[in-house]
Design a binder for this molecule. Structure first.
Ligand SMILES: Cc1cc2nc3c(=O)[nH]c(=O)nc-3n(C[C@H](O)[C@H](O)[C@H](O)COP(=O)(O)OP(=O)(O)OC[C@H]3O[C@@H](n4cnc5c(N)ncnc54)[C@H](O)[C@@H]3O)c2cc1C
Length: 434
């Protein structure tokens, strides 16, 4: 579908108006309280929660723990690694996003004891809470890939879009060089839950597109290794990506899980149903297994059985994000043990639900608000084109602009949503206005 610049500006205006109107859920009347609210993590979810809660509480206290003073706008990492933005595009100061009424302690939570309702920080400070919100995101487990470490990123053809703004920029330098000289490129995704499951696919598409634009495509071969027998968790999207990969000459391998890397020999090893398989590379985008941080994994909060227990995701009700065994504990964002929702766009829909439940608890009423699993992935397929994929827990496609943005079409407007509109919406969300 073609869309004029005027129509685009109108649409962005509408999107931003939706983003900043606070219209996702009607806000409950303020709650008078003495409650001590503790938020672990001041990233996308933690900051948004603090702002929304501070607007709706009279009295009480909001304390956030986060050891990293920098806030990272992670959806920007793909644009940095595509050479379109500098590393600084994704960096701001956490404190600038938080409400004045909240207290930010630059300490990491080290121990959570939901029975005594306390959290102990790495410095040994013990903090008592009445309501706890776990928003610590996730840990990138590079070390579980044998031979892999962060200091390899940017050397010997080893890139990684995930490891922060500076390393995303180093990844771009490698990709830039690789698409001029040529060779074999290797892409994969881990066998755990992961944030932004579209990101590994996007980077394979971007690599192919750069080589085509530079006239070096015939010097390049590309392998994409999926961890199971699909390319994306929503079947219709997986099929569309399969067709696009086939069209663009990206070779797909299923049931390949990366287990080791030999940097000197430039070889990655994959576990497959046929045994270990070695693949050489001149450029690789390493995407590590993703698990909850140790402070969460070692607490009583995770799932108790199954793969989500091993990965440490918090055992919450998928509709309310309230802990199933500790009703005064919630988990929001990447750390929540729910079937979808490890995107910033999901956080935008999760936060108002959790806030409404907390305000209802403090006001002696019952909240009926529910999160439906909304997840969004602007899947870049070329520089200047993307598919705006939005879906829920049931794998229904849930387009925000039906009739204007078709989810499975490669559109310029969907690209602009990622490149321009997403950051404004994200910032509005951090401030509690989306
Ligand atoms: C490459 C990439 C591309 C992406 N693209 C998109 C996209 O296009 N669209 C989209 O919607 N989403 C995208 N995402 C996903 C999105 O960024 C995350 O889902 C979102 O940031 C999750 O928010 P969060 O608050 O749960 O975690 P985070 O924003 O990661 O925040 C977690 C915070 O917890 C803190 N923390 C960690 N441990 C502790 C501790 N022990 N104590 C206290 N604090 C702690 C951290 O310092 C951090 O500040 C992308 C992510 C990546 C990496």
């Amino acid at each position: 579908m073609d869309i004029s610049r005027r129509e685009w500006l109108k649409l962005v205006g509408q999107a931003t108006a939706i983003a900043t109107s606070g219209s996702l859920l009607s806000r409950a009347a303020a709650a008078q309280t003495n409650a001590r609210i503790l938020i672990l993590g001041a990233g996308a979810a933690g900051a948004a929660l603090a702002n929304r809660l501070s607007e709706q509480l009279v009295g009480g206290s909001i304390t956030l723990l986060d050891p990293r003073p920098e806030h990272w706008y992670q959806p920007g990492f793909t644009l940095i690694a595509a050479g379109l933005k500098p590393a600084s595009y994704s960096i701001s100061q956490t404190a600038q996003w938080l409400p004045r009424s909240a207290t930010l302690l630059s300490e990491a939570a080290a121990e959570i004891d939901p029975d005594s309702q306390t959290v102990t920080t790495i410095q040994g400070r013990k903090i008592a809470y009445d309501i706890l919100i776990v928003a610590t995101g996730l840990r990138l487990d590079y070390e579980s890939i044998e031979g892999m470490s962060l200091d390899l990123i940017g050397t010997r053809g080893i890139g990684s879009v995930y490891a922060g703004p500076a390393l995303a920029e180093k990844t771009w330098q490698l990709l830039d060089q690789f698409t001029q000289t040529g060779g074999h490129a290797l892409f994969s995704r881990p066998d755990t839950e992961m944030k932004c499951a579209g990101a590994p696919l996007k980077y394979a598409f971007i690599t192919e597109d750069y080589a085509t634009r530079r006239g070096t495509r015939d010097r390049i071969t590309i392998d994409y290794c999926a961890n199971n027998n699909s390319l994306f968790g929503v079947p219709i999207v997986s099929e569309k990506v399969r067709m696009l990969f086939a069209e663009r000459g990206i070779d797909t391998h299923y049931n390949h899980i990366m287990t080791a890397i030999d940097a000197d020999r430039q070889i990655a090893t994959f576990q497959t149903p046929q045994g270990a398989v070695e693949k050489s590379f001149d450029f690789i985008n390493v995407i590590p297994p993703m698990v909850a941080h140790d402070v969460v994994r070692q607490s009583p909060l995770p799932w108790q059985t199954g793969p989500w227990a091993a990965q440490g995701w918090v055992d919450v009700d998928p509709a309310t994000l309230r802990h199933k065994r500790y009703p005064n504990v919630f988990a929001v964002g990447d750390v929540a043990g729910v079937p979808k929702g490890k995107t910033a766009a999901s956080v935008k829909w999760q936060v108002p639900v959790v806030v409404d439940h907390i305000i209802a608890d403090l006001s002696g009423r019952e909240s009926v608000e529910q999160y439906n699993g909304y997840t969004s992935c602007p899947l870049i397929t070329k520089i200047g084109r993307a598919m705006l994929i939005e879906f829920d827990y049931k794998n229904n496609l849930t387009p925000s602009f039906p009739g204007i943005i078709a989810p499975l079409e490669e559109l310029w407007i969907s690209w602009l949503m990622k490149e321009v509109a997403l950051k404004a919406t994200y910032n509005a969300m951090l401030r509690g206005r989306a």
